[in-house]
Design a protein around this ligand. Structure first.
Ligand code: RFL
Length: 412
C-alpha cells in the first residue's frame, strides 16, 4: 500500500473539485485531486453550458476565465413557445446588462485542469476513492486501490453517487429530496447553425427545450415518461417530437449523445461531517431547468476555498464552521427557482386530455415575463445570476429585491 499525505484531499475532477484545487494550490495549500475517470473522459464529457454572470465574474477575478471570455458567447435572452406564440424575454436588459456566458462544461474542465499545472501535483486520474475514513479525527483518509491518502480535510466534489456521501453516517443530518413525475431526454445534436438562444416550449405533448452550446452543437431536452430509457427514443422519434414541440428548428445532422436524466432534486444538510465537507452535486442535485447545477458547484468551491484559506493562513476556523450555513440559503433559492420554472414549463397530467385551461394559464404567466414590470425584473436577476442577495449589493440588485417584495412574491 502506497501512503501519501496532503492538506486537502479532493474527490472528483468536475467543476467544483477543479476550481477548489486551483484556488487552494495557487495559495500554497497542498491538495490531491482523485478522479475515477480518465483525463480524456472528463475533458470530453458534455453536460451543462450556461454560466451565470456572478460565476463568470468570480472566475475572472481569480484569473480562471481567460479562455471562457475569449471563446465563450455572451447571452442575454430566452424565448418561450406556447400556443403558437413566441415570447422573447430580454433578461439582460432587465438585469442591468448582465448576461450568461455560453461555454460548454467540458471546455471549462479542460481549462481548469490546464490551470493546475505548476501549482502542485496533477490530479490522479483513473483512480477511484473506495472509502473515506476517520473523518471525525484530525487525520481523515482517502482509501483507493493500493493507495491511501492521509489528509487534514477531505472535500467531496464527487457528485450525488460518490464516495463522500457514502461516508456520511445514516444518523447524521437529512437528505431532502424530490422526484418529479416525468424525466427528460437530454440530447446533444449536430446542427447546421447554432441555436441562437435558449428556447423553452410548453406543449400538450410535453416540454421541449433548446440550449446553445457551440457553433455546431446544440443541446435539446424532451420531457418523457418517468422510467423511459434511451431505447424508447430512437433518432426518428426524437426528430418527430422536436419538430412537433419546438419548431422552427435548425437542420439536425445527428445525435452524438443521448441520455435520460432522471428528474430529481435533493439537498444534503448539513454540508459537513467532522473533517469531511461537501461541495457541488455531492451536496445538492438540481434539475437542468434553470441551468443552476454547474454554477452552484463553482460557487460552493469558491466559498469553501476562501474558508479553507482563512483556516490555513490565519488559523481561523470560523468561516469553515459557517460554510454550510452560508451556502444553504443560496442553494435553496436556486432549488426554488428551478422548481418554479419546471412548474411553468410542464402541464399537469390531464387524463381527459384537455390541457386548454392549463396551457392558457401558462401563456398568461409567460407573457408577464416578456413585458416590463416587477415579475420580469425578478425573473431576469434570478435567471442570469446577477448576484442579488449573494455576492453583490448593486443598485439593480436592490431594485430587483424591492420589486419582488412589493409584489409580495416572485414571478408568477
Ligand atoms: P461532477 O461534474 O459530476 O464531478 C464529479 C466527479 O467526481 C468523480 N467521482 C469520483 N472520483 C473518484 N472516486 C469516486 N468514488 C468518485 N465518484 C465520482 C466523477 O467521475 C466526476 O468527474 O460534479 P460537480 O463538480 O459538483 O459539478 C456539477 C455539474 O457537473 C452538474 O451540476 C451539471 O453538469 C448538471 N447537469 C447539467 N446541468 C445543467 O445546468 N445543464 C445541463 O444540460 C446539464 N446536463 C448534467 C447534465 C448532469 C449530468 N449527469 C451528472 C447525470 C447532463 C448529465 C448527464
Amino acid at each position: 500500500m502506497r501512503r501519501l499525505r496532503t492538506q486537502v484531499g479532493i474527490i472528483g475532477a468536475g467543476p467544483a473539485g477543479l476550481v477548489l484545487a486551483n484556488l487552494l494550490g495557487r495559495a500554497g495549500v497542498a491538495c490531491r485531486v482523485v478522479e475515477r475517470r480518465s483525463r480524456e473522459h472528463v475533458e470530453h464529457r458534455p453536460r451543462a453550458g450556461l454560466l451565470e454572470h456572478r460565476v463568470v465574474a468570480a472566475l475572472r477575478r481569480e484569473g480562471l476565465a481567460d479562455r471562457l471570455l475569449a471563446d465563450g458567447v455572451p447571452h442575454g435572452w430566452c424565448a418561450f413557445r406556447c400556443l403558437g406564440r413566441d415570447i422573447r424575454v430580454d433578461y439582460a436588459a432587465r438585469a442591468g446588462g448582465r448576461r450568461h456566458w455560453v461555454y460548454p462544461q467540458q471546455l471549462l474542465v479542460r481549462d481548469l485542469i490546464a490551470a493546475l499545472a505548476g501549482h502542485g501535483p496533477p490530479p490522479m486520474f483513473s483512480q477511484t476513492v473506495r472509502a473515506v475514513e476517520d473523518v471525525t479525527t484530525g487525520r481523515p483518509r482517502l482509501v483507493c486501490d493500493g493507495i491511501e491518502i492521509e489528509c487534514e480535510y477531505v472535500v467531496g466534489c464527487d457528485g450525488f453517487r460518490g464516495a463522500a456521501r457514502a461516508a456520511l453516517p445514516a444518523t447524521r443530518g437529512s437528505v431532502f429530496g424530490h422526484r418529479y413525475p416525468y424525466d427528460w431526454l437530454t440530447v446533444l445534436a449536430e446542427v447546421d447553425r447554432p441555436a441562437e438562444g435558449v428556447v423553452y416550449a410548453v406543449h400538450p405533448d410535453g416540454f421541449a427545450g433548446m440550449m446553445p452550446r457551440t457553433s455546431r452543437l446544440s443541446r435539446f431536452y424532451l420531457q418523457c415518461a418517468p422510467g423511459d430509457t434511451v431505447r424508447d427514443w430512437p433518432a426518428r422519434r426524437i426528430r418527430e417530437q422536436l419538430r412537433a414541440r419546438l419548431s422552427p428548428l435548425p437542420e439536425i445532422a445527428g445525435f452524438p449523445d443521448v441520455h435520460v436524466l432522471r428528474m430529481r432534486s435533493s439537498v444534503t444538510e448539513p454540508m459537513r461531517h467532522g473533517r469531511l465537507l461537501l461541495a457541488g452535486d455531492a451536496a445538492h442535485l438540481l434539475t437542468p431547468s434553470g441551468a443552476k447545477g454547474m454554477n452552484l458547484a463553482i460557487a460552493d468551491a469558491i466559498a469553501l476555498a476562501s474558508a479553507l484559506l482563512r483556516r490555513y493562513r490565519d488559523g481561523d476556523t470560523g468561516a469553515l464552521d459557517a460554510y454550510g450555513a452560508r451556502r444553504l440559503p443560496h442553494i435553496w433559492r436556486a432549488q426554488e427557482f428551478s422548481d418554479r420554472l419546471l412548474r411553468l414549463l410542464h402541464l399537469p397530467p390531464d387524463k381527459a386530455g384537455d390541457q386548454g385551461f392549463a396551457l392558457r394559464l401558462r401563456l398568461a404567466a409567460l407573457e408577464r415575463l416578456g413585458e416590463p414590470g416587477p415579475h420580469a425584473v425578478a425573473f431576469a436577476h434570478e435567471y442570469v445570476g446577477s448576484g442579488a442577495g449573494e455576492t453583490e449589493g448593486t443598485r439593480e440588485a436592490e431594485g430587483a429585491r424591492e420589486a419582488v417584495s412589493t409584489e409580495g412574491g416572485g414571478w408568477p
